[in-house]
Design a protein around this ligand. Structure first.
Ligand code: HEM
Length: 194
């Protein structure tokens, strides 16, 4: 059967090089703004670091829950290695805070999983920089509460995610980009509420 006009946005990712770059371009402004807002937390003070973690958890928890509900483990068999909800809850517990969802997110489609995973996996890159700030904290309780920021270090999770992005399955690029934007917006709202 010939593809109809309504099938135009259904793309097989491996045939569309530059998908990652398009995701990056489509979310560059949102990333810059979030980066600026998150850089305002003083991660060397327990109050600042706790607020940063609470703001991050506020979005991470509902986004990961939406991923699970949408069947992320079927698409990413290493999902148990990628999920960070338990790590951020453990850090907050050590710092006398609590991890809970502060924003609600929409259910995800299969392509939405890809866009959301792009944002969450990409946040590991920023985490490397933030970890350096945390390492400079005088308080050892802060320096030891880094399960979230150091999660997956050495496992090349970003690289393996990028390989997956050149994916074998059909992926609606527009839907994936929309989900990536929504994921950034969820973090923005969570920072607003922190
Ligand atoms: C203060 C906070 C943050 C800083 C300083 C920061 C910084 C960075 C840096 C330096 C990179 C590029 C690293 C590299 O190419 O090796 C990066 C990539 C990325 N970050 Fe952030 N980030 C922050 C927060 C976040 C958050 C909260 C998210 C999402 C929830 C996020 C999502 C991403 C994504 C998706 C990429 C990959 C972009 C690409 O495709 O190359 N970042 N970040």
């Amino acid at each position: 059967m010939l593809a109809g006009a309504s099938d135009v946005s259904i793309q097989v990712c491996r045939n569309f090089p530059g998908f990652r770059e398009r995701l990056r371009d489509a979310t560059a402004t949102a990333h810059r703004e979030l980066d600026a807002r998150m850089s305002a937390f003083d991660l060397t003070l327990s109050s600042g670091y706790r607020r940063f973690l609470q703001a991050s958890a506020g979005a991470l928890l509902p986004l990961e829950a939406a991923l699970v509900d949408a069947g992320v483990a079927k698409m990413f068999s290493d999902w148990p290695e990628r999920t960070r909800s338990a790590a951020i809850a453990a850090d907050l517990d050590q710092l006398g805070g609590t991890a809970h969802a502060t924003v609600s997110v929409r259910p995800l489609t299969a392509s939405g999983i890809i866009g959301t995973m792009y944002v969450l996996e990409g946040s590991r890159l920023g985490a490397k920089f933030l970890l350096k700030a945390v390492a400079a904290a005088a308080d050892p309780r802060i320096r030891e509460a880094t399960a979230y920021l150091s999660h997956g270090n050495g496992k090349r999770l970003w690289q393996s995610f990028l390989s997956k992005l050149a994916c074998e399955e059909s992926c609606d690029e527009g839907e994936a980009i929309e989900a990536a934007r929504s994921a950034f917006a969820a973090f923005e709202r969570a920072v607003d509420r922190s």
